[in-house]
Write a protein that binds this ligand. Structure first.
Ligand SMILES: NC(=O)c1ccc[n+]([C@@H]2O[C@H](COP(=O)([O-])OP(=O)(O)OC[C@H]3O[C@@H](n4cnc5c(N)ncnc54)[C@H](O)[C@@H]3O)[C@@H](O)[C@H]2O)c1
Length: 341
């Protein structure tokens, strides 16, 4: 199998690349290494001794895409993960966010259209395409907010409502990928991912909060909680996400042109501090300095993805329980402390 992974030196990309290297696939990683620590992920991938090709390129640049074309031409699958990933950065620099996420995706789609590519293209979209969902009733419990009427979470049939430049650029790309499947016959799958966490995630306060809280605890740095810490998210361990990509590719025609919510779902949720703190405390056994600040604009009280469509259509569901996944990430950070200095 030949697979191209844009953003392949990032958190999700390096885990996916490692998975396919282990499966003896020919893996092409395309990345501009703009995200901090990506060079470390790339060095780790290189040390795996598989069939890896690295292309240093920018998804916004025609010249870079020119270097990728021969590999795209032969690819059986493409994971499009390259992106500007933080809502906060998108607010300070909306043009760059648009160019990387929306225009970059269009560039890739055009390259694949030009090549009449038959590769399965998986796009890493986001649950942010559903917006802040202020009309959805929520109740307050002791440690968390809960949906009143959505026991399984938010389905793919929820209206799109892009909030923030990041929501707009990812949402535009989500719809472009879907439409290139319809209009030009590309074999596309859109995955609207919830919060993903796991090893090789160099989380920072603005993005990758599960990793960031654990890194901060281990490095003895204070963390900031915006709001009351009862906000609930569904969490998905990285290995389960990579398995979703692989199963969607293997499912062939069944997943062609489809859009799926991919997250931890209703069985894998946590409130960001009121329930996360006891979990971290049990692992770390030391108090973690916390600063509370006001709510961030557009912060959802709850987001839980309804992931039943993916199970029905290609048999995927998460396997890793939140407590186990958090323990694995904690152990990885503790064993690799030097990477974070
Ligand atoms: N991690 C999550 O919880 C999550 C949730 C929903 C969606 N996503 C999406 O999944 C994808 C991967 O996310 P991640 O968590 O691995 O983030 P990441 O920042 O670790 O990876 C993104 C990679 O893209 C590269 N990149 C950025 N701009 C580029 C450009 N112009 N050209 C080429 N490469 C570029 C970065 O260097 C980095 O290696 C992103 O598109 C993100 O929006 C992630």
């Amino acid at each position: 199998m030949k697979i191209v992974i844009t953003g392949g030196a990032g958190f999700i990309g390096s885990n996916a690349a490692n998975y396919y290297l282990q499966k003896k696939a020919e893996v092409v990683v395309f990345d501009n290494l703009s995200r901090a620590h990506t060079q470390k992920n790339l060095s780790w991938l290189t040390s795996r001794n598989g069939n890896l090709t690295f292309i240093h390129g920018d998804i916004r640049s025609n010249e870079s895409l020119g270097k990728l074309m021969p590999f795209l031409k032969k690819a059986d699958a493409v994971l499009h993960l390259a992106g500007q990933v933080a809502v906060t950065t998108s607010i300070t620099n909306p043009r760059e966010d648009f160019e990387v996420n929306a225009l970059g995706t269009l560039n890739l789609l055009e390259a694949m259209r030009f090549l009449k590519s038959r590769a399965k293209l998986i796009y890493s979209s986001t649950n942010k395409v559903y917006g802040s969902m202020e009309d959805v009733p929520v109740v307050t419990k002791t440690t968390r907010y809960e949906y009143t009427d959505l026991p399984h979470g938010v389905s793919e049939f929820r209206n799109l409502d892009f909030h923030s430049p990041y929501g707009c650029s990812k949402g535009a790309a989500d719809q472009y990928v879907h439409d290139y499947g319809r209009i030009y016959g590309l074999d596309t799958v859109v995955m609207r991912q919830s919060c993903i966490y796991g090893p090789r995630q160099f989380g920072v306060e603005d993005q990758g909060w599960v990793a960031w809280f654990l890194i901060a605890a281990i490095l003895n740095k204070p963390i900031t909680i915006y709001g009351d810490g009862k906000q609930v998210r569904d969490l998905l361990y990285i290995d389960d996400l990579v398995r979703a990509y692989d199963m969607a590719i293997a499912a062939g025609k069944k997943t062609r042109g489809r859009i799926y919510n991919i997250g931890g779902g209703a069985k894998n949720t946590l409130s960001v501090w009121r329930e996360f703190e006891p979990l971290v405390h049990a692992l770390h056994k030391k108090a973690i300095p916390v600063i509370y600040k006001g709510w961030r604009a557009g912060d959802q009280r709850v987001f839980i993805a309804d992931i039943r469509l993916a199970k029905r259509e290609f048999g995927w569901e998460p396997k890793t329980k939140v407590a186990d996944g958090v323990q694995q990430l904690y152990d990885w950070i503790a064993q690799n402390k030097s990477l974070f200095r």
